[in-house]
Design a protein around this ligand. Structure first.
Ligand SMILES: Nc1ncnc2c1ncn2[C@@H]1O[C@H](COP(=O)(O)OP(=O)(O)OP(=O)(O)O)[C@@H](O)[C@H]1O
Ligand SMILES: [Mg+2]
Length: 205
């Protein structure tokens, strides 16, 4: 059975594309290459995938009115679909959330990011799609902080048990069409990315 995981968060720069590609590479390395769907007109996921050359993954890109079709087509092509969404795009987000088995919502440890999770959490609840917040760029000490934790608790957010730190390897790998696990397999970034993929798979199961 195909599982569709949609990365969405209205706040720009939260880490949607970064965490998606880390997950994609981890799944590919584990022998379960995902199908990708790029719904963001910026097409950063498509660029990353093009840079992979022979290791490129199957990918669909689509604009707003074609989103549902692209997601359905990708679901026929692979066991796991990973879809990247733009920040603010209400109609498209609704279509993607509706098609998803799980919505992954990256959130940096700032109150602004935490507040920005509310609309997407509400949309997921309306569409009866499970959603999980992934805390990203969490500092080594102190976690996400009390203000962020309080806001997420208020919205009833489920938080993935795996968090990611601020890791240069994520951004340098991205520029090469790679993931942290591929450019520095022993790094903390690689370990975190693997844990992320495992936690998302477990949550999708
Ligand atoms: N854990 C991290 N450690 C270091 N850099 C990160 C991390 N997560 C994201 N970044 C960096 O933050 C920037 C924004 O990340 P990304 O593009 O993944 O966010 P996004 O949510 O997809 O943004 P947009 O809404 O514009 O599509 C990028 O430069 C990326 O390299
Ligand atoms: Mg993005």
């Amino acid at each position: 059975m195909t599982r569709t995981l949609v990365f969405a968060q209205q706040k720009g720069g939260a880490g949607k594309t970064t965490l998606l590609v880390q997950t994609a590479a981890a799944l590919a390395a584990a022998g379960r290459p995902p199908s990708l769907v790029d719904l963001d007109p910026q097409r950063s996921l498509t660029r990353w995938n093009e840079l992979r050359g022979a290791d490129a993954l199957p990918i669909e890109s689509a604009s707003e009115w074609q989103a549902s079709t692209a997601l359905r087509r990708a679901a026929k092509a692979g066991e796991i679909v990973l879809a990247d969404c733009p920040g603010n795009a209400d109609v498209l987000l609704r279509a993607a959330v509706r098609a998803a088995d799980l919505v992954a919502i990256p959130c940096q440890p700032s109150p602004m990011d935490a507040w920005a999770t509310q609309p997407i959490l509400e949309m997921a609840a309306r569409e009866k799609t499970p959603a999980v917040v992934i805390l990203n760029r969490v500092p080594p000490r102190g976690g996400a902080g009390p203000a962020v934790e309080a806001a997420l608790a208020e919205f009833g957010a489920e938080i993935l048990p795996v968090t990611l730190g601020n890791r240069v390897a994520f951004s340098t790998a991205f520029l090469e069409g790679r993931a942290a696990s591929e450019i520095s397999p022993r790094s903390t970034a690689a370990r975190e990315a693997l844990a992320l993929a495992e936690a998302l798979l477990a949550r999708l199961a």
